[in-house]
Ligand binder design. Structure first.
Ligand code: EPU
Length: 475
């Protein structure tokens, strides 16, 4: 009996591993969504990818072990883990969402192009490496689907710390002053940058003297990182405001920390409930990190009830009305919710204007939504959406993480079937989105190839049931 259960358990884990490999290798790379189902039930929110990434990088600041809980199981985390391991750190995962990172032995002080090109957040290794070892080399990230995205502000900050920063063969090569230690500085960002603030905040923890970062990013992910750094022995004050002060210390130690819930995943599920006229209970979230999102969604008719500090109830009984929004750094409406909001407005009564101020080219999803029947007109940084317009299923292509999320949302309400290509983008930042959606009633599955009648069904069924069993195992 015991042997049987053991065999079953091991077999299930092998199957899970198989599914995870397929999922994360990008072989299984499409979603098929059949629209028209209301979503009902309960969804649990995962840890924030954009907080976990800098917190993992922060582990490079100390030879002692940093234990992080609530790490989301997404592709960017696997990339970040690979980066840490390539550098020489060891990463143990005693549980799926717990990482124990030890950077006691670091042999390499660089993030190679192969990793940086797949994930820009690899540049977060620069600050910690430079601060602890006095040298770092990171491939300069190029542009990406949402714009040119330079890192000039990170580099100018390192220079203010006294580092020499050079560009050599496409790599940023940075060296601390001759005594090996950075010097504190007063740095004013002329543009708010999230990873820039994180990079310089981490570097400043080991610098000589007290650093002031002004016009710093205020995102909850910055506060989460500062909390971890302070647990490691750093002296960071003011995180979450525009002015952060960091008193440098000689060395940092180990710590244990739980990553905050993902506010953008939360927002995405709020939109999913409203769009499908369903009713969702969203648990393990932090409504206080979503003030602007909740305010905006309420203003267009979404009913959002805060059941307790970690749970929301969402419905949309009286339909949606149009509402303008402008994206801006926290605490304003986030650019990472712009694509999802655009889909919502295709179902709202009237004309909405959506202005994107953070990134120059973040309307790639609009043309795919137009192909599904949405009435959207793009004019520079502004999108005009006329609604409501019925959406029709179509074959569409995801261009970035949040664009993919918007296409999934559109698929949930479209007539007939939507086939979304390049869903590896969504795997970068949403943990098992199709399993979570299916659990609350959506008709969505992951498929391997352009769908022809018989070709996919058997394989798809297999994958779906494997993923279902993986989900059950983890619950
Ligand atoms: N910018 C510069 N110079 C710099 C840095 C930024 O001009 O040195 C500009 C950017 O080009 C952009 C603006 O400043 O126009 C803001 O960019 P920011 O640096 O804040 O973006 P990021 O740190 O690269 C993070 C998130 C993004 C999120 C943005 C904005 C992580 C790992 N990524 O990116 O998340 O959109 O902040 O909130 O934290 C996502 O999760 O889908 C995602 C793209």
């Amino acid at each position: 009996m015991f042997l049987c259960s053991l065999c079953l358990f091991v077999a299930k884990w092998f199957l899970c591993l198989f599914v995870a490999c397929l999922t994360l290798s990008g072989i299984v790379d499409k979603f098929r969504v059949t629209g028209g189902r209301e979503l009902h039930g309960r969804v649990a929110i995962s840890g924030a990818k954009n907080s976990a990434l800098p917190c993992m990088a922060a582990a490079l600041l100390t030879p002692e072990t940093v234990t992080l809980h609530n790490i989301p199981y997404v592709r960017d985390i696997i990339t970040q883990r690979r980066l840490l391991e390539d550098i020489g750190a060891t990463v143990l995962t005693p549980e799926l969402r717990t990482h124990k990172i030890s950077a006691a032995h670091v042999e390499l002080f660089e993030a190679p192009y192969e990793l940086v090109k797949t994930m820009r957040a690899s540049v977060l290794a620069l600050g910690p490496l430079l601060a602890r070892f006095g040298k770092a080399k990171v491939s300069l990230p190029g542009g990406c689907a949402i714009g040119t995205r330079p890192i000039d502000l990170h580099l100018a900050g390192f220079e203010s710390f006294g580092a020499e920063v050079k560009l050599e063969a496409g790599n940023v090569v940075a060296r601390a002053p001759s005594d090996g230690r950075l010097r504190a500085a007063d740095i004013h960002f002329n543009k708010v940058t999230v990873t820039g603030t994180e990079n310089l905040m981490m570097a400043a923890t080991l610098a000589r003297g007290t650093t002031t970062l002004s016009n710093a990013a205020c995102e909850p992910e910055i506060v989460d990182l500062a909390d971890l750094l302070n647990k490691m022995g750093a002296r960071v004050n003011g995180a979450g405001t525009e002015t952060i002060q960091i008193e440098g210390v000689e060395s940092l130690g180990g710590a244990e920390h739980t990553i905050i819930p993902d506010r953008i995943e939360t927002g995405t599920f709020i939109v999913a409930a409203a769009l499908t006229c369903g009713e969702l209970e969203i648990k393990d979230c932090r409504p206080d990190h979503l003030t602007a999102i909740i305010e905006q969604l309420r203003s267009v008719g979404v009913v959002i009830r805060e059941v307790n500090p970690t749970t929301l109830e969402v419905s949309c009984p009286d339909g949606l009305k149009a509402g303008h929004v402008t994206t801006a750094p926290y605490p304003k409406f986030p650019t990472d919710m712009q694509a999802q909001y655009m889909v919502l407005m295709t179902q709202a009564q009237g004309r909405s204007e959506i202005v994107e101020t953070v990134f120059e080219n973040r309307f790639m999803h609009a043309s795919e939504l137009q192909r599904m029947g949405a009435q959207i007109h793009i004019d520079g940084r502004s999108a005009i959406v006329d609604g409501p317009s019925p959406l029709n299923g179509a074959r569409v292509i995801a261009s970035d993480l949040r664009a993919s999320a918007s296409l999934v949302l559109a698929g949930l309400i479209a007539k007939d079937e939507t086939l979304i290509d390049r869903v590896y983008h969504i795997d970068r930042g949403y943990e098992k989105i199709e399993a979570k959606l299916r659990a609350v009633g959506a008709d969505i599955e992951r498929v391997i190839a352009p769908v022809t009648a018989t070709q996919s069904s058997e394989f798809n069924l297999q994958v779906a049931s494997l993923q279902e069993s993986k989900l059950k195992l983890e619950l």
